[in-house]
Ligand binder design. Structure first.
Ligand SMILES: *Cc1c(COP(=O)(O)O)cnc(C)c1O
Length: 370
């Protein structure tokens, strides 16, 4: 048996007529930038998140950058986030000229540790960016409470968590703004680069919409300098067609994840990461901690099992952040996750027998001197 890590083609084949029709409509109308598909998707995605506004953007990285720019963050300011994330979170901070300030994650869920947050706040702190890593919401109540007390806006990095919920509240409805990625492999993925921002603050939504398109008010009148960060019409049409299926796909992921949970329960050396408290995890990834990961990876690959490592190196230890002067030992939880995490195959169209096959391989290999 072969179990790929993901299979975007299998998903396309389940919805091909809808996608092909949505794309043909954009091609026939030549609404390549802006247009009805973009407006429709923005309305539907805002509703999906329980927020008032969505602004479609060129990528998740662009969404983070433009969120910080719209909050007037720049050189001399600091933004707090976790080093346990994809580099885009930190890159977007640096793109504004602000400094990245890392606060370690919790070992159990890989999300920003609220207990370590307050000590990192300084008078220069201009935003706090919890990352809903792997599809689990960060522990938002204490984060929002601390941020609120200091008058600092919270920007959710929701790139991996479309539809996730924290104590009944949807990701995207809790922070001042939330940034989404629609990169092809994300839970809601375009067929190219795409992203978006969700907020219930009308002034901020307006400002972001202005900034994404060269700060223009008419074709050649520019109120401010902005960016070329638009979401194109074809990607918006594809996303709007796919959004109708997202709840069903998420249920598929959650069902496979529950099966993995059951099958791995008697394997103490394989520890699934666990969200904190009352949340709806949307399983962008099913991540476990294992000892001896590096020895295990080629053995799983030999058995036709596609696994990923998200991520092998915490951001603070990457050469790109050497300038921060943070060595080994600065963030022990992120460092340990870097050594131990492994993402198992998981997607809605996966073979029903896949969890059993993967779990039995793990049972044979882990603790057997692998
Ligand atoms: C994917 C991702 C991003 C960046 O999104 P792009 O669309 O690839 O630019 C940002 N943050 C996190 C946590 C991500 O997983």
């Amino acid at each position: 048996m072969k179990v790929p890590f993901n299979d975007l083609k299998a998903q396309y084949h389940t919805i091909k007529p809808e996608i092909d029709a949505a794309m043909a409509e954009v091609l026939e109308s030549t609404a390549f930038i802006g247009g009805p598909a973009l407006t429709r998707f923005e309305e539907n995605f805002a509703k999906f998140c329980g927020a008032d506004h969505c602004v479609g953007l060129a990528s998740g990285t662009a969404a983070l950058h433009i969120a910080f720019a719209a909050l007037d963050i720049g050189p001399g300011d600091e933004i707090i986030t976790s080093p346990w994330t994809f580099i885009a979170t930190a890159e977007a901070i640096s793109q504004t000229g602000a400094n990245v300030k890392f606060v370690d994650c919790r070992l159990e869920d890989g999300c920003l540790d609220p207990a370590q947050l307050e000590a990192a706040i300084t008078p220069r702190t201009k935003a706090i960016v919890p990352v809903h890593i792997y599809g689990q919401p960060a522990d938002m109540d204490p984060i929002l409470e601390i941020a609120g007390r200091h008058g600092i806006p919270v920007v959710e990095d929701a790139a991996q968590a479309h539809g996730a919920e924290y104590k009944g509240r949807r990701v995207g409805s809790m922070g001042r703004v939330a940034c989404f990625s629609f990169y092809p492999g994300k839970n809601l993925g375009a067929y190219g680069d795409a992203g978006g921002i969700v907020t219930s603050d009308p002034d901020l939504a307006h400002r972001i919409a202005l900034l994404r398109d060269h700060g223009r008010t008419t074709k050649y009148e520019h109120q401010v300098e902005g960016f070329a960060y638009r979401l194109d019409g074809l990607q918006a049409a594809i996303l709007d067609a796919k959004l109708k299926h997202l709840d069903a796909w998420t249920e598929g992921r959650r069902r496979f994840a529950a099966r993995y949970d059951e099958l791995l329960a008697d394997l103490p050396d394989v520890q699934p990461l666990r969200p904190y408290g009352n949340v709806r995890h949307v399983y962008h990834l099913y991540v476990v901690r294992v000892p001896e990961r590096e020895a295990l990876l080629p053995l799983l690959s030999e058995r036709g099992i596609g696994v990923g490592v998200h991520y092998p190196i915490s951001l603070h230890l990457q050469p790109a952040y050497a300038r921060l002067g943070l060595g080994e030992g600065a963030f022990p939880n992120s460092e340990r996750l870097g050594r131990e995490v492994m993402s198992l195959p998981l997607y809605a169209e996966m073979d029903e027998r896949a969890p059993e096959y993967v779990a039995s391989a793990l049972k044979e290999l882990v603790g057997a001197g692998a």
